[in-house]
Write a protein that binds this ligand. Sequence first.
Ligand code: AMP
Ligand code: ZN
Length: 470
Amino acid sequence: MDFQLYDSLSRSARPLAAADDKELRFYCCGPTVYGPAHIGNFRTFILQDVLRRSLEALGHKVRHVRNLTDVDDKTIRQSREEKRSLAEFTAHWTKRFHEDCAALNLLPPHVEPAATAHIPQQIDLIGKLIDKGHAYRANDGSVYFRVSSFSDYGKLSRLKDREILTGRPGSADDAAGPVDADEYELDSAADFALWKSRKPDDGEVFWPSPWGEGRPGWHIECSAMSMAYLGETFDLHGGGVDLVFPHHENEIAQSEACTCQPFARHWFHSAHLMVEGRKMSKSLGNLHTLDDIRARGVSPAALRYALLSGHYRQPLNFTWETIHSAESALEKLRKFRRQLADSAGDTTAPENGGWGSFSPVAAALADDLNTSAALGAVFRGIREVDATSPETAAAAIASLDRALGALGLALAEEKPSAAIPADITRLAEERWAAKQAKNFAEADRLRDQLKAQGWTTLDRKDGYDLEPLA
Ligand code: AMP
Ligand code: ZN
């Protein structure tokens, strides 16, 4: 099935495909690890995850790279305030990010490069830009990209010259403009730092370079790491819309100026999670973390569901009502799946089955990643499911799991939250052993006994899950 995705560079929906027909190379700007990611950040990361999962479910092979920004003004400032080394500080927040990602069922990227582990690659890129006349060294040892040397500058954000100096018009977060107050040695105020010379506020955070001690600017890390792992030209680049300018505009400029090749072939930008009309952000102090959500008794799966309930190109308003209706929608799906499991009994579906009555879910995802339409199609699909025989019920479970799997709503892998009484576990163990010994009559008898006590088992290839009956 063809996959159409809106491309923010050409501003049109275009077929998304691997240039080499083998592997779709996908780079995402990752988190800045200086505190817990908020659920707005996770809207972006979950959408990227669903894009990858959908492509994979439709037969594409994806190579996913997402970086860690582990050195910048914020990480340095915060680690110094806490009197911890930068490495120790960012390791702490990276671990927390990974825990949250796992709870939200995000697939780990194939490569997760950290900026501090790729300083030589960044220095190399800056050196080439200087050699080609696209960058210059200021008196203090900082190096800047000369925006006027790259005629395509502005092609992604389509900002006019004046707007490039002040940042995106109308965005409160960018009101301060892209230029650091201390970058007074610029040839033009639009120029941006590739290398920042060492300052007292940087403490022990610096690296040697041909231009003196210092550290890379923010934008250069993504050019260096995407090209290191995906090549000079790759298929898809993702991030939240706030990254269009200046970050992605600058990534394009420094990469294409260096290689004279197109950088990313397709750009995927997702709109923000909003709170009362404003972007959820640390600077506005209107954020929720995954922990805040869990403290209110909401499961990470319900948060994922809620964050997928709107189209990615539209801002999504955060409300508790959306989260609670996501929880009840998921509960309906769990119940439906349990009923199917009951009808299927010990029958398992053949592997590599199709999407069955859930094929409209695949169609919605392949049509510009329409997750809200896909969720609607899941519910229409369950009304059409044929569960009249164990075989059709088993096939329906497999196709439902396929559809939910593309959305990362892995009901099949959920563990029951209720504590399981010891006699129930024993019965389930005996039933599993009977089934393994092909003593199906005994296995069925034990299954009925479990059912009478309010429990059911969902069999996998290598084991089973116990679930309370609804
Ligand atoms: P950061 O850790 O600030 O570099 O952001 C990580 C990712 O989250 C980037 O792709 C941002 O564009 C994205 N992001 C930041 N705030 C929001 C928000 N309120 N809604 C959706 N995505 C966001
Ligand atoms: Zn980036």
